[in-house]
Design a protein around this ligand. Structure first.
Ligand code: 5AD
Ligand code: SF4
Length: 433
């Protein structure tokens, strides 16, 4: 009988891809199969996120639950960003944990498995050319890493300390991955990097130096590949060449994530984001001029240390002007080993909560207003998921989540869909061609 792996993944798309790598390595080299039933698992893994404090605090209560539920002899391992940042402390606080594997040490999973109390968290470890075994959660789309780590120094962010310096993955490896995915039936690739459009700055060996725009061009030459998405681009690196390739290349999906973080130039400076409110608005304006159908999503942090009422108003002002199609919003959470951790002009918790509510209400109003205009529109949808009650869902080019009545015959297929009903998270429609 095969050994069973239970794996819980938290955090970003990068973590989801790391989990695919972990599953592939454990399957090929150790014969593990995944299970959803923790009580039957021989190995229990949690792939953690440390970007905000709350999930980190939750980790230990979750580990306690794992410990109670595990069958006798089952091992527990902690992977990902919190593993990188807490390291050995995890085993001190939860002695039943067998190993700790950092976000930059994924390829060592089969090594740590056989060592007791191993802690592998070296953030200088270079996995940019490691040949991971193959595993994909979805046959319809393939996540492909284009770089590891992050070279920015945003003052609130722990990621450079958990994923190390930025190294680009050689273009030939990326193209090969995409080609392989297409041969296996995927029509969409999803490129991943902490600053995906900073691609090509540094490679670990001698490789052809191409930038992100050129990478997009080369990928779109692959026959059978119909859609390219990517996350997360950085507004600072959105030069004109990149924006015009984005707008004119029909294979690039017309949805752009533009993490604003704050609409105030003063706060942006304190965050060391490298751009101003005006630069951000200018990039959005240019993008929308080149590509009127684009949808724009963003990340926003409220109540960063020192943020005044007026500065928060600047964020609302950008919201009203850009009319984001989706926002991910957070209260500032101080993180260890970051510059902002030492900032003393902390915003009151009550004020922070109020700002978050104000921001989210505005985002909902904007979305409701935009959604009203969707009725009757027709979108080309790529179907990826079978839901309950005979619904199949997928995404439009500009990233709207749309469901129709149908069966698995639609999976992996493109159809034109007319929108017939509006929901906040998903639109409903009917296939019209
Ligand atoms: N506090 C709150 N939100 C944060 N993010 C990153 N670091 C912090 C922090 N210390 C948010 C940013 C980022 C998203 C992934 O998480 O908005 O874009
Ligand atoms: Fe979380 Fe950031 Fe790590 Fe992703 S890279 S798992 S968002 S801390």
């Amino acid at each position: 009988m095969s050994k069973k792996l239970f794996l819980e993944t938290l955090g970003c798309a990068m973590n989801s891809r790391d989990s695919e790598h972990i599953i592939a390595e454990l399957h090929e080299k150790e014969g593990y199969e995944t299970t959803d039933d923790i009580t039957t698992a021989d190995l229990i893994l949690i792939n953690t996120c440390s970007v905000r404090e709350k999930p980190v605090a939750k980790l230990f209560s979750e580990l306690g639950v794992f410990n109670k539920k595990r069958k006798e002899g089952a091992k527990i391992g902690v992977c990902g960003c919190t593993a990188s940042h807490l390291g050995e402390e995890i085993i001190k606080r939860a002695p039943y944990v067998s190993f700790v594997l950092g976000a930059r040490n994924v390829s060592k999973i089969t090594e740590v498995l056989h060592k007791d109390k191993a802690v592998e968290i070296d953030i200088n470890y270079d996995e940019s050319e490691f040949a991971f075994n193959d595993f994909r959660t979805s046959p319809y789309k393939a996540y492909i890493n284009v770089s590891i780590g992050c070279d920015k120094a945003c003052t609130y962010c722990i990621v450079p300390k958990t994923r190390g310096e930025e190294i680009s993955i050689p273009i030939e490896l990326i193209l090969r991955e995409a080609q392989k995915a297409v041969e296996r039936g995927a029509k969409e690739v999803f490129l991943l990097g902490q600053n995906v459009n900073n691609y090509g700055r540094r490679f670990s060996g001698e490789h052809e130096k191409v930038n992100f725009t050129e990478l997009l061009r080369r990928l779109s030459a692959i026959d059978g590949l119909e859609r390219i998405r990517f996350t997360s681009p950085h507004p600072f690196h959105m030069d004109d060449e990149f924006l015009s390739e984005f707008a004119s290349n029909p294979k690039i999906c017309k949805s752009m994530h533009m993490p604003l973080q704050s609409g105030s130039s003063k706060v942006l400076k304190d965050m060391k984001r490298g751009y101003t409110k005006e630069w951000f608005l200018n990039r959005v304006e240019k993008l929308k001029a080149l590509c009127p159908e684009v949808s724009v999503s963003t990340d926003i942090i409220v109540a960063f240390p020192g943020e005044s009422d007026e500065e928060f108003e600047d964020t609302l002002d950008v919201m009203r002007r850009v009319k984001f199609d989706q926002i991910f919003s957070f209260k500032y959470s101080p993180r260890p080993e970051t510059e902002a951790e030492h900032f003393t002009n902390v915003v009151d918790e009550d004020v922070a909560s109020m700002r978050l509510t104000t921001l989210q209400n505005l985002a909902t109003d904007i979305l409701d207003e935009k959604n009203k205009m969707q009725l009757g529109k027709v979108y080309r949808v790529y179907f990826e998921e079978l839901n309950q009650d005979y619904f199949v869902s997928g995404r439009s080019d500009n990233n709207l989540l749309i469901k129709v009545k149908g069966s698995d015959e639609l999976l992996g297929e493109f159809r034109n869909v007319k929108i017939t009903a509006i929901g906040r998270t998903i639109l409903s429609g009917e296939v019209v061609g």
